[in-house]
Ligand binder design. Structure first.
Ligand SMILES: CC(C)(COP(=O)(O)OP(=O)(O)OC[C@H]1O[C@@H](n2cnc3c(N)ncnc32)[C@H](O)[C@@H]1OP(=O)(O)O)[C@@H](O)C(=O)NCCC(=O)NCCSC(=O)/C=C/CCCCCCCCCCCCC(=O)O
Length: 719
């Protein structure tokens, strides 16, 4: 796991060999220890170069090893011994030096990086801290403020930035190993004491306390409820205020508190879940690694509303030429201005030039006949979408992929009106589409594997986290949202307020509570869907008892809010009041309080005190329960896919893993028991009835989440 060669007769070249990222597994640590011993004890060797195979220096500790008992040589003393050695050691950094990989580089006496390399200490994103000396050595090398920023955010830096910060000694565009070997030869016989970072004193800013306080406050705001960034601050404080040996002890103590925490487990689960999500498989056997995607050079976007604009920007900024279509000249001109503005701002932020030449705006669908792929983003109305797809089917060349950005309509019904159902697929972006990372790729029963591969690969190219899902109303994300938001509105009936529920959910870690999120999305959207489904509006059968529809409990409060013209932020009023239409500063509105009181007294509901725990349990267990049904129905292939969708599309706190992981951490037995309890209290709410899969998993002894799939195998897949 570490190769040893003698080059230029006196330089030991140690190559880490653990594909794909040369992580520091137990075998690699063992290999480093053995090869370093050999290099240091061989009198022919005057210097050492450490590099990584296949263009990657090292991606850090092997994260998979964290789940079991730690075996093999521990990293910290191994790294200390490299630094203490009497022969110069040079790190030749290509590709990445991340986490333990950068910590390895920091104990080398010199660091040479390739111009395309990236460096960083991303442990915090895994719920950990750089506990192989990183929190003590980096501040000694680059100072407290810069080290604090890198360690608490986990941000990767380019080799150019690393050079400016002083992390590396040289950046090269040539073969980094060859440059490092020459560098090592020149370093022989130079004194090493000033190159041992642990021996340096920390350049300490005079306002250390104020700086640490400011960073702590920033973390409490941005990374609410997360332990690791705060532990990182404490470790860096130790670097600033203690000698190295004590600082290292503090680093280890802090790591011990994080290592077995639920947050670390959740964040490491998220790391792998994100990578698993791209690996789709169809019941036919076709899968991600044996289906070649088509190359997409040109695309069209139909509809320049909020979604269409964001999609056009996402395509153009990765070099795809885009024809954007609107039905009316004025709308097209507004769309053009907005898209150009968004693209220019985005390019400025990324420090690149805006690819405006890739954009074309038109009023005619005729212009789309030669594009490789079309994404329809018109109003969420099935009849309208069908008309568009029929027309596209006539106009576009027979090989053009036809995609819909519908957020929940039947993709197969759209496929059915075309001459190429195998080339039709859903690409459900989230708003704003050029910012949000999630893409649900909705596979209809007739979507071909090549179509799925192409949509997934296009998503990746647009820097989205793409998840393949099956076709059912609302797909995965929006289907699960209903039981979650239904519970929130039932809780309003029973005595809660929107601000109470939102606070509990935000304290749990959600980016936004359910009511603030609805105000942002627009309350009229759901209102229209409820009218179309006959749940409210003039078509409702007057014989329906109040608060019941279609044989189940129904809460009309959201309809009553909409009837008052309160559509959320855009109208300046919704579940909250805002300073102005479009305002974002949500304040509780006494009119909503009145509406709730009047409503309760009309139906003789005596408001009761609702605990935070009940809010969490009812909202989140109803959410996960629907997730179990989605798995049973084969709409999502794995719990990881659902969790990725909820993190990237719905602001579920990453340090809680996602609704399914959260359920597994709480314990499936407890989730089942609570759902049974609440279902007994509300038998007319089917979403609270525990799903058969949940019951089955509990009956099988609540296996870990990675094993749930084994219990779903026999069920039908829609993917
Ligand atoms: C940028 C990347 C490196 C590459 O990106 P990309 O090219 O896009 O490829 P990916 O798809 O992401 O990855 C390819 C596959 O490789 C797998 N992978 C990647 N990195 C790792 C890794 N570090 N470990 C394991 N596997 C990894 C990835 O999963 C893919 O495989 P698959 O498709 O899933 O099969 C990118 O991958 C990336 O960013 N990687 C992560 C980088 C990172 O975060 N590194 C930091 C790791 S943590 C670390 O280094 C910690 C160091 C300190 C160690 C100190 C240890 C002390 C422990 C003792 C604690 C004692 C407490 C005891 C308390 C008690 O119990 O008493």
């Amino acid at each position: 796991m570490a190769r040893y060669e003698l080059v230029k007769r006196s330089v030991a070249l140690i190559t880490l060999t653990n594909p794909p990222v040369n992580s520091l597994s137990s075998a690699v640590r063992h290999g480093i220890a053995k090869t370093m011993d050999r290099a240091l004890s061989d009198p022919k060797v005057t210097a050492v170069v450490i590099c990584g195979e296949n263009g990657r220096f090292c991606g850090g500790a092997d994260i998979r090893e964290f789940a079991g008992p730690m075996r093999g040589p521990p990293l910290l003393p191994l790294l200390d011994s490299i630094e203490a050695g009497e022969k110069p050691v040079v790190a030749a950094i290509e590709g990445v030096a991340l986490g333990g990989g950068l910590e390895l580089a920091l104990v080398c006496h010199y660091r040479i990086a390739h111009s395309k390399a990236r460096l960083g200490l991303p442990e915090v994103t895994l719920g950990l801290l750089p506990a192989a000396g990183g929190t003590q050595r980096l501040p000694r090398l680059i100072g407290i403020p810069a080290a604090l920023e890198l360690i608490t955010t986990g941000r990767h830096v380019s080799s150019q930035e690393a050079l400016k910060l002083g992390i590396v000694d040289q950046v090269t565009e040539q073969n980094v190993c060859e440059v490092a070997v020459e560098f090592a030869l020149r370093a022989v016989a130079k004194p090493l004491s000033s190159r041992r970072l642990s021996a340096l004193t920390v350049p300490c800013p005079p306002d250390l306390d104020a700086l640490l306080e400011a960073v702590t406050m920033q973390i409490q705001k941005k990374a609410r409820g997360m332990m690791a960034p705060l532990a990182c601050v404490q470790a860096v404080r130790a670097a600033a205020t203690m000698p190295y040996s004590q600082g290292i002890k503090r680093e280890s103590e802090l790591m011990a508190t994080l290592f077995n925490s639920g947050q670390a487990r959740a964040l490491q689960y998220c790391f792998f879940a994100e990578r698993t999500a791209g690996k789709w498989t169809l019941p036919s056997g076709a899968q991600w690694n044996d289906t070649k995607p088509r190359e997409i050079r040109s695309a069209a976007v139909i509809g320049l509303g909020t979604m269409g604009r964001g999609i056009a920007v996402s395509l153009a900024r990765v070099g795809i030429s885009v024809i954007a279509v609107e039905s009316d000249k004025k709308l097209m001109e507004t769309g053009r201005q907005m898209v150009i503005g968004m693209l220019e701002r985005d390019a400025k932020r990324r420090g690149v030039s805006a690819s405006l030449n890739l954009l074309k705006f038109t009023l005619s669908l005729q212009d789309l006949k030669d594009v490789d792929l079309v994404i329809e983003a018109v109003f969420e109305d099935m009849a309208l979408k069908k008309r568009v797809f029929q027309e596209l089917s006539k106009l576009c060349r027979p090989t053009t992929l036809l995609c819909s950005n519908t957020s929940g309509l039947d993709v197969d019904a759209l496929a059915g009106v075309t001459d190429r159902p195998q080339l039709v697929i859903g690409m459900h972006f989230f708003s704003p589409a050029h910012v949000m990372k999630l893409l649900e790729v909705v596979c209809g029963p007739r979507s071909s594997s090549e179509t799925i591969a192409t949509a997934m690969s296009l998503g990746k190219r647009m820097e989205k986290v793409s998840v393949a899902v099956g076709n059912c109303p609302g797909f995965v994300g929006n289907r699960m949202l209903k039981p979650y938001s239904d519970q929130a509105t039932f809780l309003l009936e029973e005595g809660a307020t929107p601000e109470q529920i939102d606070k509990v959910l935000e304290d749990f870690g959600f980016a936004m509570g359910v009511f603030r999120m609805s105000d942002l999305a627009g309350l009229d959207v759901g209102w229209r869907v409820r009218k179309e489904s006959g749940l409210t509006g003039p078509d409702v059968d007057p014989k329906n008892p109040p608060r019941r529809r279609q044989g189940r409990k129904y809460c009309p409060i959201p309809d009553m809010v909409c009837e008052q013209g309160r559509f959320g932020q855009k109208t300046g009023r919704g579940w909250y009041m805002y300073d102005k239409p479009g305002g974002t500063n949500a304040k509780p509105d006494p009119l909503i309080q009145n509406l709730l009181e009047t409503y309760r007294s009309r139906y003789g509901i005596k408001p009761r005190n609702i605990t935070d725990q009940e809010i969490i349990d009812r909202c989140l267990f109803a959410l996960a329960n629907e997730g179990f049904r989605i798995l049973e129905d084969g709409i999502a292939a794995r719990p990881e896919d659902i969790d990725v969708i909820y993190q990237f599309g719905y602001g579920f706190p990453r340090h809680r893993g996602g609704p399914m992981f959260y359920a597994s951490m709480v314990g499936l037995e407890r989730v089942l028991e609570r759902l049974e309890h609440y279902h007994q209290a509300h038998p007319d709410v089917p979403h609270l009835e525990p799903s058969p899969l949940l019951k089955k998993l509990v009956a099988c002894g609540s296996p870990p989440i990675q094993k749930w799939r084994e219990h779903i195998k026999t069920m039908h897949s829609h993917l």
